[in-house]
Design a protein around this ligand. Structure first.
Ligand code: SF4
Ligand code: SF4
Length: 351
């Protein structure tokens, strides 16, 4: 029996019941994590990019962001982390995170690593406690996916520089598609050399470029290969499975430390480029996912009054999930995968 899984499952159930009970009593606890979708600009042009659909006339100003940070710190949010696009393209990134550190928030950034170098590594170390860098394959494969001949070397240099000169918790992140599934074993050798604290592996999501290019999607054989790879290697590499894969049937206890749980509306939410609050950075920045805008309302109000569809588990209010024996473990899967009816990995891949 996977005891870690067993106890996490119990803790999770207690957490969600207590959260809901407290909501019913009129007190909504703050989220633990706020992710900032900092910009949709990027120096690369990945074939599976999820950010490509959205362009913006404006981005939140430094002043707006500092005020927002003051608000979430007062509300007792614990973590503030930047993603994108490429966060290092924002000229005020360090200024914003210096402010977050002053307000005692824990900080993190997800990046392609291109702009981390000897000159700024001490600032990166000062302002970020966790750093996630995307590595989608060995040199040729990664560069082809990222459509840039320098992308692999830059990402590897950033990881090894951070390993030597920063105290941050380092994650290498790999999105598996048809383009790199055959490269996974070779990539594992590179990851073994780099020794990040964690290797995050997930599969492509049906957003941005990937929603258009269906040839990138994994078939059943590929998907099972990836799950078996994780099962075999997870201890050696501290592999964490991307939560967008949802409930994984017979693999659930074998490759995870805890059951599937979409943290949106309970533990996390995302601040969008123009100030709209939605569930997570992978969700499209559109009306369906918007819960409010921080330029028009307070964060506390948006968090407390919004996020109904997550807290009321709307994803299982359909004929299939409603009668599913696994609905307590799954809750209908991932909201983003649901956009293309890919939320039930168990059925699609016969797990
Ligand atoms: S049918 Fe619904 S609740 Fe059951 S495993 Fe699939 S997505 Fe989850
Ligand atoms: S909606 Fe999907 S990708 Fe977003 S937090 Fe939930 S499970 Fe993860």
């Amino acid at each position: 029996m996977n005891l870690k899984f067993f106890f996490r499952n119990i803790n999770q159930q207690i957490f969600t019941s207590t959260f809901k009970f407290s909501c019913e009593g009129g007190k909504v606890n703050p989220p633990k994590y706020v992710l900032w979708d900092s910009t949709r600009r990027c120096n690369l042009n990945c074939e599976h990019c999820g950010a490509k659909d959205e362009t913006y006339q404006s981005e939140l100003s430094t002043k707006d962001l500092k005020k927002f940070i003051d608000d979430i710190a007062r509300y007792r949010v614990e973590f503030f982390m930047a993603t994108g696009g490429e966060p290092f393209l924002r000229n005020d990134l360090f200024e914003v995170f210096a402010h977050a550190k002053e307000r005692k928030l824990h900080t993190g950034v997800a990046t392609n690593g291109f702009f981390i170098n000897e000159q700024n590594v001490s600032d990166v170390d000062r302002f970020f406690e966790s750093i996630m860098i995307s590595i989608d394959g060995t040199r040729e494969v990664h560069n082809k996916i990222r459509r840039n001949p320098q992308a692999f070397d830059k990402a590897m240099q950033a990881l090894s520089l951070l390993k030597k000169k920063s105290r941050a918790y380092l994650t290498a992140s790999t999105t598996i598609t048809k383009s790199n599934v055959g490269d996974l074993q070779l990539l594992a050798k590179k990851i073994a050399e780099l020794k990040p604290d964690q290797w995050r592996i997930t599969s492509i999501m049906p957003i941005g470029n990937a929603a258009v290019d269906k040839a990138l999607a994994l078939d059943q054989k590929d998907f099972i290969f990836v799950l078996d790879f994780i099962k075999k290697n997870r201890k050696q590499f501290n592999i964490q499975v991307g939560e967008n894969l949802g409930y994984l049937g017979r693999y659930e206890r074998e490759i995870k430390d805890g059951p599937f749980f979409c943290p949106v509306g309970y533990l996390t939410c995302c601040l969008g480029v123009e100030g709209n609050i939605r569930g997570c950075p992978e969700q499209p920045d559109n009306d369906f996912f918007h819960e409010g805008n921080i330029l028009k309302d307070t964060f506390e109000n948006i968090w407390s009054k919004g996020f109904r569809k997550y807290r009321e588990q709307d994803l299982i209010k359909n004929e299939t999930c409603n009668v599913c024996k696994d609905k307590k473990m799954c809750a209908g899967g991932c909201w983003v995968m649901k956009l293309n009816s890919l939320n039930c990995s168990k059925m699609i891949y016969k797990l």
